[in-house]
Design a protein around this ligand. Structure first.
Ligand SMILES: Nc1ncnc2c1ncn2[C@@H]1O[C@H](COP(=O)(O)OP(=O)(O)OP(=O)(O)O)[C@@H](O)[C@H]1O
Ligand SMILES: [Mg+2]
Length: 495
C-alpha cells in the first residue's frame, strides 16, 4: 500500500529583492516519516518552511495537505491545518513563563473566557514530563539556557498535536542528553503517524533519524532519496554542493614557543575551578567537553563578561586586569560567542555596517568616517568568507542563519585580535562554509594569532587543533597534543 501523502509542495517559487530564494520547488512528505531537508546555507530551506508555516506567501506554486489544496495565508491557518514549527531562530518571549510561551495566543479558557491557570500549569507539566525536561512551567524563559529554550520551542510545537512538525535545526544548541530525548520523542511521534520535516547540517544525525531526504541547492529541489544502506554521507554531500568535497585540516606552520595568553588558577565559584593553560602565538587550542561542561563560562571570565573570583590572566607576559569586554578587546582579545543573535549582531543593520562596526573607531581616526574604506573592507570580507548576500547593503536579518554567522566572524577578524576565541564557530554552518572557516583559521594562525576554539564536534576539534583541553564540570580533566589524541580519549575524560 502506498503510504499516505500528508504534504505535497508543487512548483513553488519565492523571490526576495535581489534573491530567488525558491525556484520551482517540489517535495512530498508521507505520514509517519522523518523527512530531512538538506542544503547549504542559503539554499532556501528555512524559506520553504516559513511558507509552510504561513509566515511567507509563495509567489506561485501549489501546496496540498492531505490531498487538499490549501492557501496558508497566515501562521494561524497553518497551525489549524495541523502544521507545527520549531523555528531556527528562537521566537520565545524571555519575560514570560514557560507555560505562557507554550500556550501563547491559544490559552485554554474557562467558561467566562478567563485563562484557566491551573489547567495550563498541569498541561505544561505533562508536556515537560514527556520530554523529561526538569524546568518548572512557571519559570521565566529568560532564565533558561539556550539549550533549554530550544527545548521549550520543541515542547510548544509538540503541544499543538500537529500532524506535521517542522524542525529547523532543533539540535543546533541542545545538550547530548536533550538530543537523545528529542530523538526518542521524534520516534514516538513517528509511530503515531506524525510526519516530521527535519533540517540539520549534522550529517550523522540525518542518517540516524531520517527515513528520506530532499536535497536543495540554490533554491531548487535536486532530488529526494531513501536513506537506506545504499546511500553514503559523501553522496549526499556531493548532491548538496554539486561537487566532491573534503575537509581542510590544520598544520601549524613555523610554530613559536612564545606565549600570547596565559591563564593561571582561574576560578569562579560554581562555574570553573583552577583553570591553567598557555596559548602560544599561532596555536589553535581546541576546547572539548559536553555542552554545559563550563567551556563557554571559562571564556566569559577571560573576556571580562563575568567576574572571576581568583586567578590571573596575562597577555604577552604582562598581567592584566580585565574588568569588561572593552578591556579585553583593547588588549587584543576577540570573542565570537555562541549566541550570535543576542551578542554578535545588530539584525536591523546592513551586512556591511555589521562587519565594520567594531573598527569604525579605527577608520575614523582623522575625525571623519571613511565610508569608501569601510565599504571596501566589507566587500573584501563578504568575498573572503563567501557570505551569500545580494550586496553589503542587505539587512542582516534577511540572511540565512549560516550566513549571519559568517558576518559575526568577519566582524571580529577585522579587529585584528592577538587572541581569538571562537565558541562553536561552525554551528549551523554547511559543509562548504565550514571549510571556509577552517581555511580562515589556518590563515590567522599563520599570521600568529592564537586561537581558542570551543567545539562539540570532535572530528572538527581533532582536525583543527594543535592542542586539546577537555573540560568536565568546570575543570580541565585532560590535555592532549592533537597527534596523540582520539575521539575515544576525549570522551573518556569528558563523561
Ligand atoms: N526576508 C528575506 N528578505 C530577503 N532575503 C531573504 C529573506 N529570507 C531569506 N532570504 C534569502 O533567501 C535565501 C534563502 O535563505 P534561507 O534562510 O531559506 O536559507 P537556508 O537554506 O535556511 O540556510 P541556512 O542553512 O543558513 O539556515 C538566502 O539567500 C537569503 O539571504
Ligand atoms: Mg535556515
Amino acid at each position: 500500500m502506498k503510504q499516505q501523502i500528508i504534504l505535497e509542495v508543487k512548483g513553488v517559487n519565492k523571490s526576495f529583492p535581489g534573491v530567488k530564494a525558491l525556484d520551482n520547488v517540489s517535495m512530498e512528505v508521507r505520514r509517519g516519516e522523518v523527512h530531512a531537508l538538506l542544503g547549504e546555507n542559503g539554499a532556501g530551506k528555512s524559506t520553504l518552511m516559513k511558507i509552510l508555516a504561513g509566515v511567507y506567501q509563495p509567489d506561485s506554486g501549489e501546496i496540498f495537505i492531505r490531498g487538499r489544496k490549501v492557501v496558508l495565508d497566515n501562521p494561524k491557518t497553518s497551525r489549524d491545518m495541523g502544521i507545527g514549527m520549531v523555528h531556527q531562530e528562537l521566537h520565545l518571549n524571555p519575560h514570560q513563563t514557560v507555560m505562557e510561551n507554550i500556550f501563547m495566543g491559544r490559552e485554554p479558557s474557562g467558561k467566562l473566557g478567563f485563562i484557566n491557570g491551573k489547567y495550563l500549569y498541569k498541561q505544561t507539566e505533562d508536556i515537560l514530563n514527556k520530554l523529561e525536561m526538569k524546568m518548572k512551567p512557571n519559570q521565566k524563559v529568560g532564565e533558561l539556557s539556550i539549550a533549554e529554550q530550544q527545548m521549550v520551542e520543541i515542547a510548544k510545537a509538540i503541544s499543538l498535536d500537529a500532524d506535521l512538525i517542522i524542525m529547523d535545526e532543533p539540535t543546533s544548541s541542545v545538550t547530548e542528553e536533550e538530543r537523545e530525548v528529542l530523538f526518542s520523542t521524534i520516534n514516538r511521534l513517528r509511530k503515531q503517524g506524525v510526519a516530521i520535516i527535519y533540517i540539520s547540517h549534522r550529517m550523522e544525525e540525518i542518517f540516524e533519524i531520517a527515513d528520506r531526504a530532499t536535497i536543495m541547492r540554490d533554491g531548487q529541489t535536486i532530488e529526494t532519496r531513501d536513506l537506506d544502506e545504499n546511500v553514503t554521507i559523501d553522496e549526499i554531500i556531493s548532491s548538496m554542493v554539486g561537487r566532491k568535497i573534503s575537509y581542510v585540516s590544520h598544520q601549524r606552520k613555523n610554530p613559536s614557543d612564545d606565549v600570547v595568553l596565559s591563564v593561571k588558577n582561574l576560578t569562579r565559584e560554581g562555574v570553573c575551578y583552577d583553570i591553567n593553560f598557555d596559548l602560544k602565538y599561532g596555536e589553535i587550542l581546541g576546547i572539548a567537553g559536553l555542552v554545559g561542561a563550563g567551556r563557554t563560562e571559562i571564556m566569559r571570565c577571560i573576556f571580562g563578561l563575568d567576574k572571576k573570583d581568583t586567578g590571573t590572566i596575562m597577555i604577552e607576559g604582562k598581567e592584566c586586569n580585565i574588568k569588561s569586554p572593552k578591556d579585553a578587546i583593547d588588549l587584543g582579545i576577540g570573542f565570537v560567542t555562541e549566541d550570535r543573535k543576542m551578542e554578535g549582531l545588530v539584525l536591523s543593520l546592513s551586512v556591511g555596517k555589521n562587519i565594520t562596526m567594531s573598527i569604525l573607531e579605527r577608520l575614523s581616526k582623522f575625525n571623519f568616517i571613511n565610508d569608501k574604506k569601510a565599504v571596501d573592507l566589507a566587500k573584501e570580507y563578504i568575498e573572503r568568507l563567501s557570505i551569500r548576500t545580494p550586496s553589503h547593503k542587505q539587512i542582516v536579518e534577511n540572511l540565512s542563519g549560516g550566513n549571519q554567522q559568517k558576518v559575526v566572524i568577519a566582524k571580529w577578524l577585522l579587529t585584528q585580535p592577538k587572541v581569538l576565541i571562537l565558541d562553536e564557530p561552525t554551528r549551523g554552518i554547511d559543509v562548504g562554509a565550514k571549510n571556509e572557516i577552517y581555511r580562515l583559521m589556518n590563515q590567522l594562525s599563520e599570521r600568529g594569532i592564537g586561537i581558542i576554539m570551543i567545539s562539540s564536534e570532535l572530528p572538527e576539534i581533532l582536525r583543527m587543533s594543535d592542542r586539546i583541553l577537555v573540560i568536565k564540570e568546570g575543570r580541565i580533566t585532560a590535555s592532549f597534543d592533537s597527534s596523540e589524541c582520539s575521539q575515544e580519549r576525549i570522551m573518556k575524560h569528558a563523561l
